[in-house]
Design a protein around this ligand. Structure first.
Ligand code: HEM
Length: 222
């Protein structure tokens, strides 16, 4: 049962990362030619903000994608156990990438949201939570507290992964024509990211300690 849940969890992680990669690819494919040639995007188009403020947008997207792709390796217990020095060094790189992406999620996402004030608020709340979780994870490990380091890193990753879930909800809300695309963004941000904060907490409730074993598991030493 535990193994089946682990397999499902990893499958969900890779699926959500794949979704984020697809949307990041669409962004680069759409914005890239306009940015490189200095062509202005149409004022009411989705890409207008990305093309007009490329530094803010891409200092969020590029480090975020690298963080999201690298983080599963850090969360994989066997990799940590076998390559602890690499885990530490790579961890510093990923932490920096996550912090840069989080700061620019606020700098770009709050003032230039597609879906209006409620989306800006969601970006401010969950972007701050992402940054706080990363900083507390760093502080914990500096103080030698592996248990809290793991807990805060899982919280940060859960929110980062929630970016894929936002796209799923935009697909559900706008794809079924329940809401127009622009109006689907704010609810998709709140629903998708709240789901991921709660999923992170549920995971930590079930597996509270740094050994990653389920609550109440009995370890039999030979
Ligand atoms: C750490 C991993 C993250 C990655 C890989 C990532 C990736 C992306 C991508 C690819 C876009 C472009 C969206 C599109 O064209 O559909 C985007 C936009 C955005 N991201 Fe992130 N992001 C991450 C974390 C966050 C976090 C933690 C927040 C804060 C809640 C956030 C807030 C935003 C906002 C507000 C936008 C603008 C959406 C719009 O167009 O209105 N991101 N991100």
């Amino acid at each position: 049962m535990t193994r089946a849940i682990d397999t499902l969890m990893w499958a969900a992680i890779f699926l959500l990362i794949a979704i984020v990669l697809v949307f990041a690819g669409i962004r680069v494919g759409t914005d890239g030619p306009l940015i490189v040639t200095g062509t202005a995007a149409e004022g009411d188009s989705f890409e207008w903000r990305y093309v007009t403020y490329p530094w803010l947008a891409y200092l969020h997207i590029v480090p975020g994608v690298l963080y999201l792709v690298g983080a599963p390796l850090q969360l994989w217990r066997r990799f940590r156990e076998r390559h602890f020095t690499v885990h530490r060094r790579f961890g510093r790189v990923l932490l920096s990438l996550g912090l840069v992406s989080g700061v620019f999620a606020l700098a770009f996402g709050v003032p230039f949201s597609y879906g209006g004030a409620w989306q800006s608020l969601a970006a401010a709340v969950f972007g701050s939570w992402f940054l706080i979780a990363l900083l507390l994870a760093f502080r914990a490990i500096r103080g030698g507290d592996v248990r809290m380091h793991r807990r805060w890193m899982i919280r940060a990753f859960a929110v980062g992964l929630g970016v894929g879930m936002i796209r799923v909800w935009v697909g559900i809300l706008a794809g079924t024509q329940l809401l127009p695309l622009e109006e689907s963004f704010a609810p998709a941000f709140w629903i998708g990211l709240s789901m991921h904060v709660l999923a992170g907490e549920a995971w930590l409730w079930w597996r509270p300690n740094e050994d990653g074993l389920p609550r109440g598991a009995v370890v039999v030493h030979p």
